[in-house]
Design a binder for this molecule. Structure first.
Ligand SMILES: [Fe+2]
Length: 211
């Protein structure tokens, strides 16, 4: 295993500085199928959440993306820090009853692919592996009111986050089933290439593009 693969496995994410496009493509090739490729250009004109310049709360992307890679084309003049939160650490702070309650809370999922479900549980265990799916703004009001949900959110907001800044040609890879991501406000324009990667299969078709 290469160093970045070990780091990705252990920490759930890996920040690799100063990579060429060839190096980027080698890494993508190691990880699996690209199911979506998007230019994430953030600026103050945008009305979409992903491409706006505003703070973005912790969340996971589409559940069919096991990994997300961002490749920095142009860093923000100021701000635009990526923030990461390890859901496994948060989850361990809950008791068994709370863990069980959380597994019954479903969060809405945009149907970008025919293979998407309408929603996914915040936590699910399959074949001994725990997968997380979470977005505060995609959770229904009735769930947001639950004590366990509020505790979960509070733990996320107050945990020790990893905060890093992507400079030109930097790569950030995360395990989207484990690491929640968000970012701080952006000043000026920031331009990232984002790849969603699934090691196992390619969806039959893309129904729409998110941006
Ligand atoms: Fe995202």
């Amino acid at each position: 295993m290469k160093n970045w693969e070990i780091e990705l496995k252990e920490l759930g994410f890996c920040h690799i500085k100063n990579q060429t496009e060839n190096q980027l493509n080698d890494i993508i090739f190691e990880l699996g199928n690209v199911i979506n490729e998007t230019d994430v250009i953030a600026n103050s004109e945008s009305k979409s959440l992903v491409t706006s310049d505003k703070y973005l709360d912790f969340h996971t992307d589409n559940h069919l993306a096991k990994y997300i890679i961002w490749y920095c084309i142009k860093p923000a003049e100021e701000g635009g820090y990526s923030q990461l939160c390890d859901a496994e650490i948060i989850f361990e702070q809950l008791n068994e009853k709370e863990k069980n309650e959380l597994s019954k809370i479903h969060v809405y999922e945009h149907k970008m692919y025919p293979e998407n479900k309408n929603s996914n549980p915040i936590v699910r265990e399959t074949n001994g592996k725990i997968k997380f799916y979470y977005s505060f703004w995609l959770a229904r009001e009735k769930y947001r009111k639950l004590e366990v949900f509020q505790k979960w959110r509070e733990l996320i907001q107050n945990s020790n986050h990893t905060k890093l800044k992507l400079e030109k040609s930097d790569l950030l890879i995360i395990d989207n089933h484990r690491i929640f991501h968000g970012r701080t406000d952006i000043k000026g324009e920031r331009n990232l290439k984002r790849y969603w990667i699934n090691p196992d299969f390619k969806p039959t078709k893309t129904l729409y593009n998110q941006n």
